[in-house]
Design a protein around this ligand. Structure first.
Ligand code: SF4
Length: 391
């Protein structure tokens, strides 16, 4: 008998217009030791040329030129804050010709602390930025130097104060945990220092060593050793307990929010909704098909300038692909997945074992993972997917 997991979000027709837009701004001052994102290291950012290329790509994608209504806009990177106050304002001006922002639309800018000054924050707020995601990563000077970050701990606090003084209240901080023990990093202290700044939202990521990064080279030469799994687990659970006690909701495996402050843009990914992406390496998804742009800035700009589609490749999701993605995405969040028929959720040996182990909870026909379950997310999602296709 098939084991249908009901939809986390209705599947719209593939030509449904996305209401969530991502813009990838690839520029960085230098590459952090752990980073394998699509970036372009530049001393000086070619702001005007980049904005022109983006506007051109949007025109190519929407040849009818009709403004699209959107609910969220996210500037990610790279380091979008390197565009500066004036650059972000000019970019938003151009985007407003193509997008009609809903009342209360969420407009997020990723920022490095050293780019957030009282002047830039005021310019961003005046231009329409109402959410700032600040890449703090740590408050420990030694750790920041090891990561090759361009800022120090004092600049994180100054960035938060400047943003707040400018009227940007919806602030998120990123931190990285599970660092090599040789750094002597005090994770508890970092979490508390982040809390002292009273952010509305926190994103906490375990360090992963990606190929072709400086960290991978250091590891291969035995110059550093990755944190073992038990350090990852200890840090993850410490953050979960500390932030729950401080009133945060752990609503996605890597994300915590004060009530009412969940990241709406990223939530659209986890809900499997359609989104459009622009800029090098940006992905787009229409609920049936995913496409992604050329990764490198030069290749993306060249294709756009030639009037061609900068898409690098695409995939069409089968029904099985969509089911697998929905299970994985649903289990990432504290919304979980709906299991049908409900009797199966209430009475299934494998799910009973998960609940008994403290990895999952059942609420009627919904199944959701606990923080201890999130530590095994990939395995549990794979097992649930297998059950879904074989039952
Ligand atoms: S600032 Fe962000 S995108 Fe740029 S290199 Fe560092 S981690 Fe990567």
């Amino acid at each position: 008998m098939p084991y249908p997991l009901s939809e986390l979000a209705p599947t719209p027709a593939p030509n449904a217009l996305p209401r969530h837009v991502y813009v990838h701004v690839p520029f960085c001052r230098r590459r952090c030791t752990y980073c394998d994102f699509a970036i372009a290291v530049r001393r000086s950012v070619p702001v005007a040329a980049f904005i022109d290329s983006l506007a051109h790509e949007i025109d190519l994608r929407y040849p009818d030129r009709a403004p699209r209504a959107i609910d969220t806009l996210y500037f990610g990177g790279g380091t979008p804050s390197l565009l500066g106050g004036d650059g972000v304002a000019r970019l938003l001006d151009r985007l407003r010709a193509r997008f009609r922002f809903d009342d209360g639309a969420e407009v997020t800018l990723e920022a490095n602390p050293d780019d957030v000054s009282p002047e830039s924050a005021r310019a961003w707020r005046a231009a329409g930025i109402n959410r700032l995601s600040i890449g703090a990563q740590s408050f420990d000077a030694r750790v920041l130097a090891w990561m090759h970050r361009t800022h120090d701990a004092a600049q994180i606090a100054r960035a938060v104060w400047a943003a707040r003084a400018a009227g940007i209240e919806n602030l998120s901080l990123d931190l990285i945990f599970a660092l090599p023990s040789s750094l002597g990093r005090d994770w508890r202290d970092d979490v508390h220092r982040a809390l002292d700044l009273e952010p509305a939202h926190l994103s906490l990521y375990g360090l992963t060593i990606e190929p072709a990064t400086p960290l991978a080279r250091w590891r291969d030469r035995q110059l550093m050793h990755e944190a073992p799994d038990d350090v990852y687990e200890r840090d993850f659970l410490l953050a979960d307990e500390t932030l729950a006690a401080a009133g945060f909701e752990h609503y996605e495996v890597s994300n915590y929010a004060r009530p009412g402050s969940r990241a709406r843009h990223n939530s659209s990914y986890w809900r499997h909704l359609a989104y459009d992406g622009f800029g090098p390496s940006a992905h787009s998804f229409d609920t049936l098909r995913r496409r992604w742009n050329a990764r490198e800035l030069a290749a993306w700009s060249r294709r756009v300038a030639a009037g061609g589609d900068p898409v690098e490749d695409h995939e069409v999701l089968t029904g099985d692909n969509r089911n697998t993605e929905r299970i994985y995405l649903g289990l990432r969040t504290n919304h979980g997945v709906e299991i049908a028929p409900p009797a199966l959720a209430a009475d299934h040996e494998m799910l009973d074992r998960w609940v008994a182990a403290g990895w999952a909870m059942r609420e009627g026909s919904r199944l959701r993972l606990t923080p201890r379950g999130w530590l095994r997310l990939d395995t549990l999602a794979t097992d649930l997917t297998a059950l879904s296709s074989h039952s």
